[in-house]
Each structure stands twice: as C-alpha cells, then as structure tokens.
Design a protein around this ligand. Structure first.
Ligand code: F0G
Length: 351
C-alpha cells in the first residue's frame, strides 16, 4: 500500500478520539540522513532527521494532521494558533484541506518570510500582534476558553500525539532508539512529543539534548524571559507552555537542556548546508548544541559536563527547511559575484 500519512501508519498507537476524521497531506515518513563525514570527525554515528521535508516544510505537520483531524471530526469550524511561523503555515494548510477557517497570530515583524508567505498562501487570516509569541499565545488561550474556536497550538494534546510519530520512525529506521537525540526547544511541544514517543515505543530510550538559543533560554536560566531575542526566530520564546515537561524529559533521560549562541547556530547551519542539508536557523540549534557538548569532551576541565559521543549513535532533529528563512542566508553568507557576460570574465573569475 502506498504511504498515506502518519495517522494511517501509526494511528493505532495514537490517543485520538473516535470522532476524528483524518485530514492528511501525507506528512511524516521523513528521511533519516546519515552524516558520515561529520560523524567521523566526532567519532560517532551521526544522522539528521530532516523534518523540513514535511508538506509545509516543518515537523508541525505531524501534530497538525492530528489536531485538525480531531477538530473537524467534532464539528469545529474555526481554528486558531499563535506562532513564530511554522505552526501558522501548517495550521493554515491543514485547515484549508479540511475546509475550516484558520486564524493565526504572529509576533509583528519577527516571522521569517517563507512562513508568513505560506500562511497567507494557504488562506489563513494572519494577524500581527504587537508583542512576543508568548503574548500571542496568551491571547489565543483566552479566546478559545471563551468561544468555540479550536486551539491548535501544542497545548492541544493531539498535537503531541501526532508528533510522537517522529520518534517511532527513528526507531523503525535504526531498529532501536539512538543513544542521543538532539533537538531545538522553543515552546517545548516537540521535546515532550519525542520523549513520550520513545517511552511508548519501547525500543530503548535516548538521552535527550534540548537546545535553546542563548537570548531565549528560560529553561536554562530557570525563569521566564520577558524579551526573548535570537536570530532563530522560530524559537524566540520566553515562556514555554510545556517547559516543565521539557525539563522532565531531559532529566528522566539523563540528558540536559543547554543554550547556544546565535553564532553557534549560524555556524551549525553552514555545516549542515555543507553536507547538502539546508535548514532554517532554529533547526540547526540541535547540531549546534551537540557540537558544543561533544567538543567539551576534548577539554579536561569541562570533562564532567561533556557529552560522551564516542562510538554513539546520535540523531540530530532538523525541524524546518532552509527555504523558510532565505534572507538569513543572503544576509550572512557571501553574496554572488557579478561579472560581464563574457567568456574571459568567467574564466578570470573562476581561475
Ligand atoms: N524548530 C522550528 C523550526 C520551529 O518552528 C519550532 C517551533 C521549534 C523548533 C521548537 O519546537 O516549540 O515544540 O519546542 N515553532 C513554533 C511555531 C513555536 O509557532 O511555529 P517546540
């Protein structure tokens, strides 16, 4: 049978109500790409789970197929979310597919071009809020408590159910869980989902390395951040809704949650692109975190904090596609040369 999406494939393992009516764009089934060159440098077996290859370009589609299937099945007519961009595009696409009205709230001026364009293209009503993602999330929580509009942020438990399937796929591909799973953490829905998925699937448990951006690292600092700032706009979040669960996942798995700088994120983005995998900045945070932790192992004074990668199987989750945020590349990578349209000029340039 041809592939028909995550609910068709793993629905028997997902806690979705019987009234759910499957709305799918054949999300999931994303590749686990081996990274032999990089892995050799680090002495480990390294893979990238490339979630940017989902239908709307991010992992959110796994959760959204579940949340929209439930909402439409119970008769909801309108869905709403707050978003740093990817959830907005995903909600818009799945709502369009289901014939629902979608309203998305985004922080004004802080959403990458590819995400905003996606949400508009799929026909959502996009509202810019003069505030942060956290402010927008408070607003959608309040309105969904007072009206029949359905909330499709990852506070919605069905989002978590859908996103568990990425952990199932990794276990199926590797035949067991990896030793380490490294991923970015924003609102903390995804780390919660992976941990729930690995525990449920019973093919072993990875240590989980959750990575926040230094300017938006409430889980590392131990308190909310009122004005989060990072180049990785997808994870520019100061009050993660599932923060407690993220901390539990890290603790129960003997992993940790760390912060990396914007420079480390951009450098990891370049390393991944150099291996042929172009991801958006937030999506490179998992690798950035792994590189800083694995590198500490080479420094004796930091040895107690190091992540021992030697000989280990490591999966880095790349959550969203590079096409989502093209300006970051045109602004921070070298720009193309301009030459006259002559053979001599070409030869002179490439010699
Ligand atoms: N990576 C990307 C590309 C994201 O878009 C997000 C979250 C994360 C990582 C973090 O995942 O929130 O489950 O911890 N983006 C949300 C959004 C907040 O609105 O699209 P998380």
């Amino acid at each position: 049978m041809t592939y028909q999406g995550i609910i068709q494939r793993y629905g028997h393992l997902l806690d979705l109500p019987a009234h759910s009516k499957i709305i799918s764009l054949l999300e999931g089934n994303t590749p686990l790409i081996p990274m032999p060159r990089l892995g050799k440098d680090l002495g480990c077996e390294l893979y990238v789970k490339f979630e940017g290859l989902n239908p709307t370009g991010s992992f959110k589609d796994r959760g959204m197929t579940a949340a929209i299937s439930e909402a439409v099945g119970r008769g909801a007519e309108t869905v709403i979310c707050a978003s740093t961009g990817n959830t907005a595009a995903s909600a818009a696409a799945y709502a369009a597919r289901a014939g629902l009205r979608a309203i998305v709230l985004i922080p004004e001026g802080k959403v990458a071009a590819g995400k905003l364009a996606g949400a508009i293209a799929y026909g959502a009503e996009v509202i810019q809020v003069q505030g942060s993602f956290d402010d927008a999330l408070s607003l959608v929580v309040e309105i969904t408590q007072k009206t029949p509009i359905a909330l499709v942020n990852s506070i919605n438990p069905f989002r978590i159910e859908g996103q568990k399937t990425a952990a199932f796929e990794i276990c199926d591909d590797l035949t067991s869980a990896p030793d380490w799973l490294c991923l970015p953490v924003g609102n903390a829905g995804n780390i919660t989902s992976y941990w729930a998925g690995f525990r449920q699937y019973q093919k072993g448990l990875p240590k989980v390395l959750g990575v926040q951006a230094a300017g938006a690292a409430p889980l590392v600092l131990g308190h909310p951040v009122d004005k989060p700032e990072t180049i990785a706009t997808a994870i520019r979040i100061g009050r993660p809704a599932r923060g407690e669960q993220a901390l539990s996942a890290a603790q129960e798995s003997n992993g940790k949650i760390i912060a990396v700088s914007d420079d480390e994120i951009l450098s990891a983005q370049k390393i991944l692109a150099g291996e042929g995998v172009w991801v958006e900045p937030a999506s490179a945070a998992g690798l950035a975190g792994f590189l800083t932790e694995a590198a500490k192992g080479h420094r004796p004074e930091r040895v107690e904090r190091s992540l021992d990668a030697k000989g280990k199987r490591v999966v880095v989750v790349c959550t969203g596609h590079g096409l989502k945020d093209p300006s970051i590349v045109t602004e921070t990578f070298a720009s193309p040369k301009v030459i006259p349209a002559t053979y001599e000029a070409l030869l002179g340039t490439i010699a």
